[in-house]
Design a protein around this ligand. Structure first.
Ligand code: HH2
Length: 410
């Protein structure tokens, strides 16, 4: 997917993009005071571009827990000279402005920034600024405000609440023709457990259908997770969490202080993803139309005697290691798939076809039927689809097919 971003294009393909952090603040939790004079800031921007940053995020207000707000005037006084300096370097990299103030975003976009990064979720005024400049926006979730956000954050279901909130911001952006990227806001009004729940369930946030941005870099949840690690020593933890998030959670943009190591991480993930795609076509073993008999139905009368069912089982297998293409150990036995379906159908009474489908799937998953002779099985079941059809019931209501289908994962 390509996202226009001023004269640049953000391409979301095999690897996550690396967004380098440039804080022009005296008080940011990691790089505060290091780049708060214009010369140091532009040098750091150039270094990050050379190390492989895909974007540079320039911020002039610290949002660390407990930070005091900064006026728009002070924020602009820090930002504008640096944006001008970096724009003059022509680094070939889009610049984002990390601000929650629409008036600051407006001036920054006019001065050469290309997208907005708003930790306050990109409200209507911010979306209007973005629309006017035809700039994309990162909408980040935060509970509360930086000064107080870590005092007892609460959620009923942190993943669902944040997914719904971000989906709503994407919809609001779409109404104005603005491309919105989403960010769950790690550490912004979240306990360690909230952060871990979000990181472990990023795919649920991806269902929103917008590019997913993630900022874990050297944050204090790593200190708590790892049992006391100062900010200077959190690079390894950051890399581990970001590798997980990009490889398994499919995070699209990693917002980081350490660009070089993250570009290596991103390239490694990209190479592995391409390799897996080229070397491992998806394999499915099918056993369809398996004739089964079962006492099944909602009413007692229906369950009084067995009825004919047709069961389809589609087994998706894990990738084959190179050089192990035609080996019996790498597949499942479709004769055994049929035998399992018939045994599970005949063993009990069921009221619902989906219950039977689930039982068949769980049994196939547990017993992983191997082809005899495949003495050292190395392949695993990645997922299963089981469909149970009731031909008799379909005929009675004038339908071609009735039944249920479930997707199952180990
Ligand atoms: N985190 C920080 C600031 N901006 N923006 C997005 N989209 N996502 C984040 O997770 C995020 C963010 C906080 O980190 P940092 O800028 O390094 O610190 P400080 O706020 O103290 O300047």
């Amino acid at each position: 997917m390509d996202l226009p971003c001023g004269p640049h294009t953000l391409t979301f393909a095999d690897r996550p993009l690396v967004m380098g952090v440039l804080n022009l603040t005296p008080d940011s939790f990691f790089d505060g005071g290091r780049h708060d004079v214009a010369g140091a800031a532009t040098r750091h921007a150039r270094r990050m571009a050379a190390e492989g940053a895909d974007l540079i995020d320039v911020g002039a207000e610290s949002t660390r827990p407990g930070a005091d707000p900064v006026s728009a005037g002070d924020e602009l006084a820090r930002l504008l000279p640096v944006l001008e300096g970096i724009a003059a370097l022509d680094l070939g990299v889009p610049l984002s402005v990390d601000t929650a103030k629409p008036e600051v975003a407006d001036r920054a976009l006019a001065q050469g920034a290309h997208l907005i990064n708003d930790i306050s979720g990109a409200g209507e005024a911010m979306l209007e600024v973005a629309a006017r400049h035809e700039a994309p926006v990162i909408a980040m979730h935060m509970q509360g405000e930086p000064r107080t956000m870590q005092q007892e954050p609460r959620y009923d279901d942190v993943v669902a609440e944040i997914r719904d909130y971000l989906a709503e911001r994407v919809a609001a952006g779409r109404d104005l023709g603005v491309d919105v990227l989403v960010d769950p806001g790690i550490g912004f009004g979240k306990t360690l457990e909230h952060n871990l729940d979000l990181l472990a369930n990023l795919r649920e946030l991806r269902q929103i259908g917008a590019p997913l941005v993630l900022g874990t870099s050297r944050k204090s949840f790593l200190d708590r997770l790892l049992g006391g690690v100062p900010v200077e020593e959190r690079l390894t933890g950051t890399l581990a969490v970001n590798a997980w998030a990009a490889a398994l959670g499919r995070a699209d943009v990693l917002r980081v202080h350490d660009v070089g190591p993250h570009r290596q991480l991103a390239e490694s993930i990209g190479a592995l993803r391409r390799r897996r795609r080229s070397s491992a076509p998806r394999r499915r073993v099918l056993a369809r139309g398996i004739a089964c008999r079962s006492r099944i139905g909602v009413t007692t009368a229906e369950r009084a005697k067995p009825q004919e069912l047709l069961v389809d089982i589609d087994v998706t297998l894990t990738a084959q290691p190179p050089g192990r293409r035609d080996e019996l150990g790498g597949t499942v036995d479709y004769a055994q798939l049929a035998a399992i379906a018939q045994a599970v159908a005949g063993r009990h009474e069921y009221r619902l076809v989906e219950t039977l489908a689930e039982r068949i799937a769980a049994t196939v998953g547990r017993e992983t039927p191997r082809v005899s002779g495949g003495s050292t099985p190395w392949s695993r079941i990645k997922s299963l689809r089981v469909r149970v059809l009731k031909p008799g019931a379909a005929g009675a209501i004038g339908a071609a097919e009735v039944g249920a289908e479930i997707d199952w994962r180990p």
